[in-house]
Design a protein. Structure first.
Length: 521
């Protein structure tokens, strides 16, 4: 790198490493049948699902929106189809269906829906903007510009035009469009993203005499920052094609591929970066993430351990990832220790304690260690009902029935709507053979935790209990086959409190140092 960019110092290239862990989803470049109508396209993806036929148009839309917020794509589309059937000329359900396809990265179907909406109404600005975004994601920037050209000016249009001007190297036009988008300031997130891209030119301008390749690299880094990976990748590909020893460009390229879940290309790019500099902790960490996506867990673990040893920051992210990897490997002791390492770094969220406690209780048969964690959680969060629930959960695992009853009752005194406490009380009363009371608490947990892992677990445990105690129940014919296996077993597809789905994902605290602030040497 020094040979190629002799005037660029470490300070000048600070910030070329990217922000967050990669997003989920898969790009699907499937070519659909353009003659299918919008509803038929939707039905290709929607699962068979019950629907309330007495709902009005507005109620179907509202229900669909609720499902969409919970990422229940098939159920959301099902409701939007029902709304369309009640008002076939209204474009709203079509638009919402298209957005669901877009969010699930089924870009071909989303593209066809918005194209049909524009055929019916060329002035449909929302459809035009959506189509432009889809064309960008499908790596058709020229078509994206065509879609934007027909629209009236808005902040979104100006923003995307600025992105595309920058991508094509029309830098003055890019600055003009991005500045205008910032001035309109309709949506704070769009304004923030426009400022991020515009800052590329400011950073480049500070470094007088820098080659244009430096500007392109900064732009690619900031495209990654705002989630425009399909704009970043071609820029970076051309950069490394021109200069194969540009380590930072290879890192950024690997990260971009990670975000569109293209692990093969991500690994290839990050291996190039590692060959150029095997001591760069960011390279090792992201390469570890890439190998995790290909299920090569041992390679992933070794690389992330090495990244920590070489000073990767924020350390908490690497420790968290190792905890997840060791759990996937069924190395429960190491997983629990890594989760405790994360808690030692930051325990600001009471839910951070759930995963290691679950491991100690259900995987290592060490409820005493779970109780110590719960007590620590209670010390850190003395006013938390969840902390008392965690203590009750651990006491129940230790067969301290009376202690668990008192702790769980106190949790409900602090928060009468804490679904997890009702769930644990249901388990407590089932253990004492008070099945009617157990069912009562499971039902409450099911109602309060509707559409959550707690609610799902309560529902499964309730069904199981009914099959055991009420053979004349209407549920019996449906549930009889389940008696052939223990639904709490890891060998069944049923989701229960003992399985991963019931354990909240281990979120990283927002105040962590973003990776973009790490200097590149």
């Amino acid at each position: 790198m020094k040979k190629y960019l002799p005037i660029i110092t470490a300070a000048m290239v600070s910030g070329l490493i990217i922000t967050s862990l990669f997003a989920s989803g898969v790009l699907e470049f499937r070519r659909g049948n353009s003659e299918k109508n919008i509803i038929n396209l939707a039905k290709l993806a929607v699962e068979t699902a019950p629907r309330n036929e007495s709902f009005s148009y507005a109620q179907h839309i509202q229900k669909g929106d609720e499902y969409a917020k919970k990422n229940m794509t098939a159920l959301a589309i099902n409701e939007y189809i029902a709304a369309n059937q009640q008002d076939p000329e209204n474009p709203e359900p079509y638009t919402k269906i298209g957005k669901q396809f877009y969010q699930s990265r089924d870009y071909v179907r989303a593209q066809e829906i918005f194209e049909q909406l524009l055929m019916k109404n060329p002035e449909n600005e929302e459809a035009g903007l959506s189509l432009a975004q889809i064309e960008i994601m499908m790596r058709n920037p020229e078509k994206a510009e065509q879609a934007l050209a027909t629209l009236t000016d808005s902040q979104a249009k100006l923003y995307f035009q600025g992105l595309l001007h920058a991508y094509f190297g029309r830098y003055d036009a890019a600055k003009k469009s991005l500045t205008a988008a910032i001035q309109v300031n309709t949506f704070p997130e769009t304004t923030k993203n426009a400022q991020k891209i515009l800052s590329s030119f400011e950073e480049y301008g500070v470094n007088q005499g820098s080659q244009e390749i430096f500007l392109k690299t900064i732009l690619a880094k900031n495209f990654n920052q705002v989630g425009q990976y399909t704009l970043s990748i071609p820029l970076l590909y051309n950069i490394v094609k021109e200069k194969k020893d540009y380590r930072d460009a290879w890192i950024l390229l690997g990260y971009a591929y990670l975000n569109i879940e293209d692990p093969k290309n991500a690994i290839d790019a990050l291996k190039q970066a590692k060959d150029l500099d095997g001591n760069k902790p960011e390279t090792l960490f992201f390469l570890g993430l890439a190998y995790h996506t290909t299920n090569e867990k041992r390679l992933a673990i070794n690389l992330i351990e090495e990244a920590i040893a070489k000073g990767f920051e924020p350390k908490i992210q690497a420790q968290q990832k190792l905890a997840e990897l060791y759990l996937e490997e069924s190395n429960y002791e190491k997983s629990a220790l890594k989760y405790e390492s994360v808690l030692a770094l930051n325990d600001s969220d009471i839910n951070y304690y759930i995963r290691p406690m679950w491991i100690y209780i259900d995987k290592l048969a060490a409820p005493d260690k779970a109780l110590k964690l719960a007590e620590k959680a209670q010390q850190s969060h003395p006013d938390s009902a969840m902390a008392m629930n965690l203590i009750g959960w651990a006491q129940l695992a230790m067969n301290d029935i009376e202690g668990a009853r008192q702790s769980l009752s106190k949790a409900l005194q602090m928060d009468g709507k804490l679904a997890a406490a009702y769930l644990n009380l249901g388990k407590l009363f089932e253990r004492t053979l008070d099945y009617e009371t157990a069912k009562k608490y499971y039902r409450i947990a099911l109602e309060l935790g509707a559409d959550s892992s707690i609610g799902n677990s309560a529902g499964e445990l309730l069904k199981r209990l009914i099959t055991v105690t009420e053979k004349n129940s209407p549920l019996w014919p449906e549930l009889a086959p389940m008696l052939q296996a223990d639904i709490l077993s890891a060998d069944t597809p049923r989701q229960t409190i003992l399985q991963n789905e019931a354990v909240p994902k281990f979120k990283l605290p927002e105040q962590l140092q973003p990776l973009e602030n790490i200097p590149v040497n």
